[in-house]
Design a protein around this ligand. Structure first.
Ligand SMILES: O=C(O)[C@@H](CO)OP(=O)(O)O
Length: 332
């Protein structure tokens, strides 16, 4: 059963005012969760009500997008990016679902991430509803060689939906739909949100804090364990993102350390023990190829700009050749 908690103002160096909210609000609509991610201790139920500023509950994004976006191919690229450094990463504070923007360094990381994926096709972007992930997606796309414009598809009302949809063929070709989903938000860190990580370790012990931060099953006080985060993030991935990949659409997901850890656990079939050592750096894009129902990891670039350390597939190499030919034609 979901607990009901009112969050207190405990932030050290807080830059965002917290509105007290009830954890039960966060835990409402039952989700269709795969067996592996079914909770052992209690049934997670979730709603977007408290987390999002941009509250786009696209339960089925593909149904909300024009038919023309859909296309067929037997493989698709999946890029995962953890957002760049946020103001609370910089201050070493537990952030969770508090909506904090990027630092200047984070902006730079997002731009560098964009350079690394600038040769990889992106047809559709999923972000969380938090600004640090959305900033990262938008900044990264400014570097893409295809120069498409990311446009957030709003679904809060009929008007918002109409206004955010693009109409002319020309505009459609030059845009990438962006779907902001609260299910991809960072795990809710409960009573730790706003606390300094080092001070918390000094107070509760390094081992305890490590378990709160990296274990699969142990939730931080009044927050979500990784397992609980997986319930919504992986269910969203299976219901909304995997079908896009299966249709041949290349997808980028800009999200968070823990929502992405839960998705990577699913993609790489990691055990609850293995996932404890998985730690994602800010602004480093990971590439997967989805083919014949399977996810294949293609690496992560380590160099400052080039995506060359990705193991390109034939299709990705062809895409890059097309981009090269288009740049050459512009120069000629
Ligand atoms: O504070 C947070 O929300 C997360 C990600 O920054 O921290 P951690 O690395 O402890 O999961």
């Amino acid at each position: 059963m979901a607990t009901t908690t009112t969050m207190s103002h405990q932030a050290i160096g807080s830059i965002v005012s917290h509105r007290p909210f009830k954890a039960s609000q966060f835990l409402k609509e039952p989700l269709n969760v795969p067996m592996k991610f079914r909770p052992k201790r209690f049934k997670i139920e979730a709603t977007a009500s408290q987390i999002s500023v941009v509250d786009n509950t696209f339960l089925s994004p593909s149904k909300n997008r024009p038919q023309e976006y859909k296309k067929k191919s037997n493989e698709a690229a999946l890029i995962l990016i953890r957002h760049g450094e946020s103001l609370w990463n910089e201050k070493n504070l537990f952030t969770g679902c508090v909506d904090v923007p990027l630092t200047q360094k984070g902006v730079g990381e997002a731009i560098e991430a964009g350079k690394k994926i600038s040769n990889i096709p992106v047809d559709l972007i999923f972000t969380s509803s938090l600004i640090r992930a959305q900033m990262t997606a938008m900044l990264a796309m400014t570097q893409h060689r295809r120069k498409k414009v990311p446009i957030i598809l709003h679904n809060e009302s009929v008007k918002a939906k109409t206004w955010s949809h693009v109409f002319s063929e020309e505009t459609r070709k030059q845009s990438i739909p962006v779907i902001a989903a609260w299910q991809l938000n960072e795990r809710m860190y409960g009573e730790l949100q706003g606390l300094n990580k080092k001070e918390t370790a000094e107070r509760y012990g390094t081992q305890q804090v490590h378990e709160w931060r990296r274990s699969y099953e142990i939730p931080p006080p009044k927050g979500e364990s990784l397992e609980m985060c997986a319930e919504r993030a992986v269910a969203y991935f299976e219901d909304n993102i995997k079908p896009e990949l299966a249709s041949g659409n290349n997808v980028m997901i800009a999200a968070h350390g823990n929502s992405l850890r839960s998705i990577i656990m699913y993609l790489d079939d990691l055990t609850s023990q293995e996932v404890t050592t998985l730690d994602l750096s800010t602004g480093v894009p990971l590439l997967y190829i989805f083919k014949e129902g399977k996810f294949m990891k293609r690496g992560s670039p380590v160099g400052p700009t080039e995506a060359g350390v990705y193991a390109y597939t034939k299709r990705l190499a062809q895409y890059r050749e097309k981009l090269d030919a288009a740049s050459q034609a512009t120069l000629d």
